[in-house]
Structures are given as structure tokens and as C-alpha cells.
Design a protein around this ligand. Structure first.
Ligand code: EZ4
Ligand code: CO
Length: 402
């Protein structure tokens, strides 16, 4: 069964998404997500200019061979642009294979290892009291795990804090927004937020928190120690994720569970973290880590070392990625938790899907394939809009990790 047609679709229903559509000679369609927030057109070009010319005429059934052909065949290894492009091809080929087999993807991947996929939601607030109220709103809505973020006095534009009632969508504008960062203020304020959510809402739910790469290993260890007694589910990205040995210092000093990996792209990027058991959750995703084939390989390695999955699921991953993630999450032995920020209504309208949310969990659908597609007519109504992620600077103007 040969691939007959390819199409790369860039659309912006509230935010930008890059989608690959592959059609086989018998008319079976497979969909893949290739979105890389703030660098969308680089992946679109990688697909259009470099991968698509090699896809037409290839056997659509040979998923692993196609993966290796594009990974090893590029000579140049890893990186978010390459791995997102390969991921889109991989998702589309698994979609085609599952449709031909007339099976939902979870069945083709070995069948469900659990009935439902637990997700965590995002709470945010300009003050700690606002954050507590937002966590309460989400617990009342049925979530059992919530990520809590709060504005930090002494900084401007803290990570993860949105305007009241707005979806958190940090990528905007034709230049990156300038935000400020002050570590001492954060290290003083963040533990107060943990204390407040536990004092007011108890311990019968899981609290998560995203540090977003901003601390040194020793500062991260200090944060871990100061919040351990509030039983965090995890501290996410305490230090810049690419420095794997930094996690040895964090691990030596705190028992707070650690999660990282949303900006990493391959098994090699998480190899030390997993095999030395330096993290508890690996946050690599379908779209940024080479698709279903490669992410499953990462999770299998993690399983050997007792590390669980906790895939990134921000709204800059399209519903196609989320759909694939829910199928994979349902089938692996070492599932931990899945991040879930509901997409904007315009996004959901452009990407019809059969996964559904129910009482703090996502349920994979049962239609053949991964269950997500794109409505090309609707997508055409939302042209690409340039949008950059923010940058963060210290008080003296030094560029810091955002
Ligand atoms: O900042 O996906 O845990 N979630 C996150 C996200 C990231 C965005 C960047 O595009 O850290 O909100
Ligand atoms: Co994060």
C-alpha cells in the first residue's frame, strides 16, 4: 500500500498548528501533528521541502523502516525540528495502519492497560488566594490533580499565570514579550502557595507545580526541601532540562518527586535521567519526541527503571497529538499522569476528535485510527499568525531561561 499524496496544512484557530495529511493509493488518510510553538514554519518546511518528496511512493505499512530512514537517513541527529517532522509522519502512518486494521490505535498497540487516563489541569492566579480559588474550581469540576502556579511579587509576567478567565497562551506578537525573573522572590513565595493550597483544600488531591527551567541545581534542591512537607505530586523542570547531570544534585538533597522532558526530543536526551533514576516522571511527547514509535521506546526504557510517564499536554500540541497520547497512555504499563489543558472551541472545531473528558480523566475513542482529523475547509479560515514565546530577564537585563 503506497503513499499517494501528502499535504502540509498550517492553520491558526486561536493559535498555530502544523498538520501533515498523508493519503494512500486506496484513499486511506492519516493525520500527524508537527506543531513546534514559535517555530512552526521551520517544521512545515522540513516536511514540505525534505520529507514529503521522499514519502510519495513509499510503502505506508513500513512504519519503523520509514522512521529509521528519516532519522538515520538525515545524518544530523535529534533536535525539535527534525523530531517533530518525523513524529508527524509516524503519527500519520500509525493512523493509516489502525484504519486499515479497523482498530482503534490503543487496540493495535496491545490493548488498554487501564480503563481511563488520569489528567491534571492548570490553576493560576494573580495572588495566592486567587490560585487557591482556581484549584478549588477545578477540584469541584472533577479533577483529582491540579498544577498550581501563582504570580510572583517582584517579577513581571511570571510563568503560567493568565489573565482571569483566559486560556494560558504565552506565544503572541511579532516579537517575544519581555518578562522579568527574580529567583530569591520566587524561592520565598512559591512555598507559601503550597502551604495555602494544603491549608485550605487538604491533601485529598494531587498538587503539581512547574518551575519552568529557572533554578540552579542547588536552588532547586532548596525549593524541594521547602515544599516536601506539602506532598507535591511533582516539581516540573526545576532546572534547564538539557543538563542531565544537574538532576544528580537535586536528587541528593530532596525527596520531592521530579518531572522533566517536555523540551527534550529523543531517548538519548533522557537516557541518563532514566537509567540513574534522577527523575520520577518523563514528560516527552508524541509530537516533539519522534512520534508514537519513539515515545513508546522512551516509556519502555523508563519502565525498566521505575520511571513513569507524564506527557506534556499544553494547548500548543494539537488535538492530533493529544489523541495519540491518550491511546499510548492507555496501553503502557508505566503510565503516570497526562497534562490536559482544554483547547479553544475554534481549535476543537477544526480538529474533530473522539477522545472525551470525563470526571478528571480522558478516554480514548474506539473509531479506527487515532480518532482525530482536520477539517480542511474550516482550517483555511484561520491563516498562520506569527507568534513568539516570551523571554525572561534578570533585574540587570541578563537573559534567563523563560
Ligand atoms: O510553556 O508548551 O507544562 N507546560 C508547559 C507549557 C510550555 C509551552 C511552551 O510552548 O511548560 O506551558
Ligand atoms: Co512545563
Amino acid at each position: 500500500m503506497r503513499i499517494a499524496e501528502d499535504r502540509v496544512i498550517v492553520t491558526s484557530p486561536r493559535r498555530n498548528f502544523v498538520t501533515l495529511k498523508l493519503t494512500t493509493e486506496d484513499g486511506t488518510v492519516g493525520w500527524g501533528d508537527a506543531t513546534l510553538n514559535g517555530r512552526e514554519l521551520a517544521v512545515a518546511s522540513y516536511l514540505t521541502d525534505h520529507l514529503c518528496p521522499l514519502l510519495v511512493g513509499r510503502d505506508a505499512t513500513r512504519i519503523e523502516d520509514t522512521w529509521q530512514y528519516f532519522y538515520r537517513g538525515a545524518y544530523w541527529r535529534r533536535g525539535p525540528v527534525t523530531m517533530s517532522a518525523i513524529a508527524a509522519v509516524d503519527m500519520a502512518l500509525w493512523d493509516i495502519k489502525a484504519k486499515k486494521a479497523q482498530m482503534p490505535l490503543h487496540e493495535l498497540l496491545g490493548g488498554k492497560a487501564r480503563d481511563r487516563v488520569r489528567v491534571y489541569a492548570h490553576a493560576t492566579g494573580a495572588t495566592i488566594a486567587d490560585t487557591v480559588a482556581d484549584v478549588k474550581r477545578l477540584l469541584d469540576a472533577g479533577f483529582t490533580a491540579v498544577r498550581a502556579q501563582t504570580d510572583i511579587p517582584g517579577t513581571e509576567g511570571a510563568y503560567g499565570v493568565s489573565a482571569p478567565g483566559q486560556l494560558y497562551d504565552p506565544a503572541k506578537g511579532t516579537r517575544p514579550q519581555e518578562t522579568t525573573w527574580h529567583t530569591p522572590s520566587y524561592l520565598r513565595h512559591a512555598p507559601l502557595m503550597f502551604e495555602a493550597v494544603r491549608d485550605e483544600l487538604g491533601y485529598d488531591w494531587d498538587v503539581l507545580h512547574d518551575v519552568h527551567h529557572r533554578l540552579s541545581p542547588l536552588e532547586a534542591a532548596q525549593l524541594g526541601r521547602s515544599v516536601e512537607r506539602f506532598s507535591p505530586f511533582w516539581l516540573e523542570d526545576p532546572t534547564p532540562a538539557e543538563d542531565q547531570s544537574a538532576f544528580r544534585t537535586i536528587r541528593a538533597h530532596t525527596t520531592a518527586p521530579i518531572a522533566t522532558g517536555e523540551v527534550l526530543n529523543s531517548i538519548w536526551d533522557v537516557n541518563t535521567l532514566i537509567t540513574e533514576r534522577l527523575v520520577d516522571y518523563v514528560r516527552t511527547t508524541v509530537v516533539h519526541a519522534g512520534g508514537i514509535s519513539h515515545l513508546r521506546r522512551i516509556f519502555d526504557l523508563a519502565h525498566l527503571y521505575g520511571v513513569r510517564s507524564g506527557s506534556h499536554g499544553a494547548t500548543d500540541l494539537s488535538p492530533i497529538s493529544l489523541g495519540c497520547a491518550v491511546h499510548l497512555d492507555a496501553t503502557i504499563p508505566n503510565f503516570g499522569i497526562q497534562e490536559y489543558m482544554a483547547h479553544a472551541p475554534e481549535t476543537d472545531d477544526v480538529f474533530p476528535h473522539d477522545y472525551r473528558f470525563e470526571a478528571g480523566h480522558l478516554l480514548p475513542g474506539d473509531t479506527p485510527g487515532h480518532g482525530v482529523s482536520l477539517d480542511e475547509e474550516k482550517a483555511a479560515r484561520y491563516p498562520y499568525t506569527p507568534a513568539y514565546l516570551p523571554v525572561a530577564r534578570l533585574r540587570d537585563g541578563t537573559l534567563h531561561d523563560w
